[in-house]
Write a protein that binds this ligand. Structure first.
Ligand code: SAJ
Length: 422
């Protein structure tokens, strides 16, 4: 740890904030982790975790046990403030920056000259400038940096606080490793802010750190996720084409990927999670006329769960009093996260049709989300589901499902949306 960075205040203790807070606390920083949810704060202060991520429990227990990490509902003075709160989309697909604004205004009274304020939340272009504007609205006594084009090494007037965007880019399931190993893109409101943020991240990041402007860093993060979304949409579209033409999409992709410059992603039941299904909309919202491919990719991926429902319903129609077993609810393999999960959408739509008894197997949860249990969906163990089901829909390629006995499946109608049993 370098002098001047001893105290860090992390706003938001979710999938990014908590791993970051506990990681740096274990590296010797004094960390105050802030969350608006009192229950979350109490859980963490008992050394527990409210989210599932490999090894996070060990890290949090040790950070809290050593006294380096303390959670609270209120921020406190610090040298570095990290904003890691959600940036959801509104129903109209526009960005909802309420949490970023609230977090910025909440830290404002604690920010002092020389402090570094970092926005890690994935944000539309121009948000870091808004953070600077909100801060200076709350604290007209503080000099905040003025955006430069990055070419200049100096700001028009000397800034007293440093403000930068350093988008998180870690993969759920591998967060703790990627927090350290991944390259980081840091966009300063001005060059001095970028340099200051680099000094901070150098304390715990072993990947390369690359500096740019705040606007470029914002768009860079959105571009990474939009690129993946477009890639998955291509694979999903192929799966529809293959279905129509009677071709096995998994075999097709395997063969095409033998070309040295082709790398097609995997089709699935749709795209879930809090990032890839959301972030491309920020680009579409900022440049609606130009972002045609990005918008279409979102629409292709959003349409996939409905297509899967239609296939399952058609399969179930072949039975009297059909029983459908849906394997997996999480948004992707081997995580417990149900946010924006296409599997949840599929199960809900199936149950709403009342065309069959719907069983769900999800080894990572103990209780179904309330809207699903209210619809009569049952959470059952894998064995029970396979015993009773007429139709088996594999919605998530969890490791445990790979070992399902193929003999058992031969007696069912199987819809394998992930290609796990191919
Ligand atoms: N999926 C497919 N086919 C594929 C790959 C993924 O259908 O070939 C689906 C998954 O099942 C899931 C969704 O896409 O439903 C997203 O999963 P993911 O593993 O691709 O990504 P996330 O959402 O877990 O994390 C992404 C990552 N971004 C990129 O890989 C470009 C991560 O690095 C980001 O930090 C994260 O978004 C974020 O927070 O933005």
């Amino acid at each position: 740890m370098k002098p001047g960075f001893e105290r860090v205040c992390v706003m938001g203790l979710g999938y990014i904030g908590l791993p970051t807070a506990s990681l740096i606390a274990n590296r010797g920083f004094h960390v105050r982790g802030v969350d608006v949810n009192r229950e979350t704060v109490e859980t963490i202060n008992r050394g527990g975790v409210h989210i599932v991520e490999p090894d996070l429990d060990i890290l949090v227990r040790s950070a809290v046990g050593s006294g380096q990490l303390v959670a609270d509902t209120e921020p406190a003075p610090a040298d570095v403030f990290i904003i890691a709160v959600p940036t959801p989309i509104c129903p109209s697909h526009g960005p909802d920056l309420t949490y970023v604004e609230q977090a910025t205004r909440a830290i404002a009274s604690h920010v002092a000259p020389g402090n570094l304020v970092i926005l890690e939340s994935t944000s539309p272009v121009g948000t870091t400038e808004k953070v600077a504007a909100w801060l200076s609205e709350e604290r007209p006594d503080l000099r905040t940096p003025v955006a430069t084009d990055g070419a200049s090494d100096t700001t028009p007037r000397e800034a007293q606080v440093f403000i930068a965007h350093c988008p998180e880019r870690v993969l759920p399931g591998q967060i703790l490793r990627e927090l350290v190993d991944n390259d980081r893109v840091i966009g300063g409101i001005d060059r001095a802010s970028a340099e200051r943020a680099r000094e901070f991240y150098e304390c715990f990041v072993s990947g390369e750190i690359v500096l740019t402007t705040a606007r470029t860093a914002e768009l860079c993060k959105l571009t990474e996720n939009a690129s993946r979304d477009v890639g998955i949409a291509f694979a999903n579209e192929l799966s529809l084409i293959c279905e129509k033409l009677g071709v096995n999409v998994w075999e097709l992709i395997g063969l095409a990927n033998r070309h040295p410059r082709v790398n097609i992603l995997r089709p699935g039941p749709g795209v879930g999670g809090h990032c890839i299904a959301v972030d491309p909309w920020f680009i579409v919202d900022s440049a609606p006329e130009e972002a045609r491919l990005i918008r279409t990719a979102r629409e292709v991926n959003d349409g996939k769960p409905h297509h899967v429902v239609r296939s399952i319903v058609a399969a179930a129609a072949r039975f009297r009093d059909p029983v459908i077993a849906c394997l997996g609810l999480a948004f992707k393999a081997n995580v417990d996260d149900l946010r924006e999960s296409p599997a949840v959408e599929i199960v809900k739509e199936l149950a709403e049709r009342h065309a069959a008894r719907v069983l769900v197997v999800e080894p990572h949860i103990r209780k179904l989300p309330a809207p699903l249990s209210a619809l009569g969906v049952e959470l059952v163990p894998l064995g029970a589901a396979l015993e009773q089901a007429d139709v088996v829909a594999l919605l998530v390629d969890h490791r445990v499902f790979a070992s399902v006995d193929k003999e058992v499946l031969l007696r069912k109608v199987v819809i394998d949306t992930r290609g796990l049993w191919q």
